[in-house]
Design a protein around this ligand. Structure first.
Ligand code: FE2
Length: 363
């Protein structure tokens, strides 16, 4: 895509799930999202039920199908609950779609228009890794509702946990596939390669992975991981096995107060990846001054990393479904534009401990 300014930012992430009604309660109770729009049988929709969940600038759409033949049901059968659609707001759907195809993208949904009493909305989609779609949406002629077919919900109680925006989205692809998808993001979508972590940076005694970070001019960040050969099964390979191929591994959600957010989420019942206490023993030596006391971060298991631009605080949930696939990261940035490279080792050791508990850290 020659003009990446066509992309205005992330519009929403759509999850294909087995039971959107229950999933909406999960994201409300455990993550503090409010249900702001709905479509289903009651609104005249016969095939799909969707709940729009919002907090800060984050918008999730949770969708389930009403028949087993529907592609959403097929996706749930194959992948379990997963994020299938990364929707980007664009200024011109036709141009974005045409330029993406010219740049080598795979066509999925040709440009279409939907309208109702709130205005009209245009959209199109391309396919990326696995069954994941990038959807282009132009909502400049649509307001006060999510999309045609949805009914706004204004009465939902909002119990915000301070999550304010999607910081980054991370996909896992099969070994040898990372470069191909990096090219699609750069040539077809106008993203630029920001940095590259090789298997020397991201490796433990047992396994390794490679990662590339892509960013566009609107600030949308996509990271792509692929497994690298190691002594045992990479955590990326475990994901690929249970997800049945490539897909979205985790979403980084930004907060301005990670201690408060994590405290609320823990109280609600979310489980985070346990970090060994010795991680905090000599942290003050190299992290230098940070705003939050380290004993406080240790109590919650929050990780710290510093680079030339500043520091960041981050923590990772355990997988959100029975399959060890999708999880969330909560991140508070203080200048740092990185992803916690200094934490990769301790984080992946922690991940492998969980992987071993599942019987999946085998040769
Ligand atoms: Fe992340």
């Amino acid at each position: 895509m020659a003009d990446s300014c066509l992309i205005k930012g992330l519009d929403h992430l759509e999850f294909y799930v087995g039971n959107a009604k229950q999933a909406s309660s999960f994201y409300a109770k455990y993550f503090g999202f409010a249900n702001t729009a709905y479509k289903g049988l009651e609104t005249g929709e016969r095939k799909v039920v969707s709940y729009v969940m919002e907090q800060g600038k984050i918008r999730f759409v949770l969708s389930s199908a009403l028949s087993s033949e529907h592609p959403i049901s097929q996706s749930v059968w194959k992948h379990g609950d997963t994020i299938t659609v990364i929707a980007l707001e664009v200024s011109n759907v036709y141009q974005a779609y045409a330029q993406a195809l010219k740049g080598g993208a795979i066509a999925a949904i040709p440009p279409a228009k939907q309208e109702d009493s709130y205005g009209w909305l245009e959209f199109a989609a391309i396919q990326i890794f696995g069954d994941t779609l990038i959807k282009f949406i132009d909502r400049s002629h649509y307001s006060d509702n999510f999309a045609p077919g949805f009914a706004p919900r204004y009465a939902a109680p909002i119990n915000s946990m301070g999550l304010k925006s999607v910081d980054h989205t991370v996909g896992n692809v099969e070994q040898g596939q990372m470069e191909r998808w990096v090219e699609v993001f750069t040539n077809a979508l106008g993203f630029k390669l920001q940095c590259h972590y090789d298997e020397r940076t991201i490796s433990t005694e047992y396994s390794a992975l490679m990662s590339k970070v892509l960013k566009n001019s609107a600030g949308t960040i996509i990271n792509i991981n692929e497994p690298a050969p190691g002594r045992r099964k990479s955590q990326i390979q475990e994901y690929l096995d249970y997800h049945n191929g490539s897909g979205i591994q985790h979403i980084g959600l930004a907060t301005d107060n990670i201690v408060q957010t994590v405290r609320q989420m823990k109280q609600a019942g979310i489980e985070f990846l346990p970090i060994p206490q010795n991680y905090y023993d000599h942290l003050e030596d190299w992290v230098r001054e940070i705003d939050a006391p380290i004993h406080f971060l240790a109590e919650f298991g929050i990780l710290i990393d510093r680079d030339k631009d500043g520091y960041l605080l981050q923590i990772f949930t355990k997988p959100l479904s029975d399959r060890p696939t999708l999880f969330f990261e909560i991140i508070e940035r203080h200048g740092s534009k990185g992803f916690g490279a200094g934490n990769f080792k301790s984080l992946f050791v922690a991940l492998e401990r969980e992987q071993a508990l599942r019987g999946n850290l085998k040769v």
